[in-house]
Design a protein around this ligand. Sequence first.
Ligand code: FES
Length: 117
Amino acid sequence: MSPDTRTSQTIRVCSLEDISLGQSKGADINGHRVFFVRQADRVVAYHNRCPHLGIDLEWLDDQFLDADGQFIQCAMHGALFLIDSGLCISGPCQDQSLSPIPCHIIEGDVFIELAPS
Ligand code: FES
C-alpha cells in the first residue's frame, strides 16, 4: 500500500479490493502502524497496538484475526477483540479496547483520518 495524501488528515490507503473479504491487512502510514479488517463492503481500522503491553498485535504479516476470522487476536497472549468495536472480550486486557481510526470507503477506495505526526 502506498498512501496518497488527499488532505493533511484524510489519507487514501488503498482500493477496497486490495483488502480481501474477511481478511486483515497491516500498513505503516505516515509513521503510524495501523491495520484494517474488511467485512463485506465495510472496513474498520485500528492502531496496531495491543492495550496489554503496547506492542504490535501480529506475528505474521497481515494476520490480525483468529483462526475463524471472528475476532481480532493478539499473537502474544491471545487476547480477543471484537472486530466492530475493538473491545477486548478475552485475555489479559479484557474490557480495554484497541484504538480505532475513522475509516471511510469513497467510490471504492479506503480512506482514514489520521492526526499529522
Ligand atoms: S501483548 Fe497482547 S495480549 Fe499480551
